[in-house]
Design a protein around this ligand. Structure first.
Ligand SMILES: *Cc1c(COP(=O)(O)O)cnc(C)c1O
Length: 373
């Protein structure tokens, strides 16, 4: 009996069989023709990598065990001991922790570049500088990096541009088309989209870099399991639909909160009052994503009251699930920055980040209205 499943089954196997030495020779002689050992490659993780690679317009991709593993692989693809990297000051807390606590031990040093200076790197570049890491939409203030301009600036200095495209997704922005060398994701977030998978993916514009990423993830053991890959592939099938709905709802929420007396500021690039609204619109294909931050009174009890009363935005420090949630940058992602760094990034007691889900918008507005009352 031949079985023809419509979707790829879960190849929950750590290893694959060979009939004889000829098949073993085929594995090494014709890369991609067979599987041998799941850390080196598995049909499910390859399916995820290929799907994201297609969406991002890359030359090759690798699925990783987390978003952090994807970021680590990107650094390892371009850097070695003695090198220096640049990193946008507005960056995911895990990325700065990786640089400060771990890559520093490997002899890779970092300089953080304030957002306003990303377009002119001259004063930050050293002879050993290899790359710049930025996020398409920054966390948590949703600043928009002009990727085409920053890519040109990087290449003028012979730096690679690595883009964490987690918040934007390829539905909004395809960094490789704008000149980035690597685009990567925490698949945990929008790519998988259902808050039930921890995974990552790293996509290269160049086939040789993609091959290096594959080698790095195999040797460091960064690769993703079959089951997690399969769940992420299933989530990915609805990415386009979800991101449209996340964006639609987030715009409704941002518009509502911008007029609310208890809200001192709303950070959402979809609002015409956002200083980079036009760039966001052009770079985001007219969509602005599902993430926004709001500034309440700088009083922990005000924030606590809002958290306790909200039913539709549970405090859960992640993002991008189909169900809404909220997070608190000062107490989670940006907890270990110095007070000065927190102040520089605009992260204060009243700052709350909302991940707007795909529930009916009117239910979300009603919940926020009662939680702020
Ligand atoms: C969550 C996140 C990461 C880290 O991803 P994990 O899957 O948690 O390892 C990296 N970058 C951004 C922007 C994120 O939101």
């Amino acid at each position: 009996m031949e079985i023809h499943p419509k979707i790829t089954p879960i190849y929950q196997s750590s290893v694959f069989k060979f009939e004889d030495l000829n098949e073993l020779e085929q594995y090494f002689g014709e890369p991609g023709s067979r599987y041998m050992y799941s850390r080196n490659g598995n049909p499910n993780s390859d399916e995820l990598a290929a799907a994201v690679n297609r969406l991002e317009g890359g030359a090759g991709a690798v699925a990783t065990g987390s978003g952090m593993a994807a970021i680590f692989a990107a650094f390892m693809a371009f850097c070695q001991a003695g090198d220096h990297v640049l990193c946008a000051a507005d960056i995911y807390g895990g990325s700065s922790s990786l640089l400060n606590a771990e890559l520093s031990r490997l002899g890779i040093s970092v300089t953080y570049v304030p957002f306003e200076q990303l377009n002119d790197l001259t004063s930050f570049v050293q002879p050993t500088t290899r790359l710049l890491l930025v996020e398409t939409l920054s966390n948590p203030l949703l600043r928009v990096v002009d990727l085409r301009q920053v890519a040109a600036e990087c290449h003028r200095h012979e730096l690679k541009l690595v883009v964490d495209n987690t918040f934007a997704t390829p539905v909004l922005t395809r960094p490789l088309e704008l000149g980035a060398d690597i685009s990567l994701h925490s698949v945990t977030k929008y790519i998988a989209g259902h808050s039930d998978v921890t995974a990552g993916v790293v996509v290269a514009a160049d086939a040789d870099v993609a091959a290096r990423l594959k080698q790095i993830s195999t040797f460091y053991g960064l690769t993703l399991s079959p089951m997690e890959s399969w769940l992420a592939v299933r989530g990915l099938k609805t990415l386009r639909l979800r991101v449209r709905e996340h964006s639609h709802n987030a715009l409704a929420v941002a518009t509502f909160l911008a007029q609310h007396a208890a809200v001192r500021a709303v950070y959402y690039p979809g609002l015409t009052t956002h200083s980079q609204h036009e760039l966001a619109e052009a770079q985001g294909a007219g969509l602005f994503g599902g993430m926004l931050s709001i500034l309440l009174a700088d009083d922990a009890e005000v924030v606590n009251g809002f958290m306790r009363r909200s039913q539709r935005f549970p405090f859960a420090p992640s993002l991008a699930g189909v169900d809404s949630s909220m997070s608190y940058p000062l107490g989670t992602s940006h907890r270990y920055l110095t007070p000065e760094q927190q102040a520089d990034l605009g992260i204060s007691t009243g700052l709350v980040r909302l991940s707007v889900g795909i529930e009916p918008a009117e239910e979300l507005l009603a919940d926020l209205a009662q939680a702020l009352a």
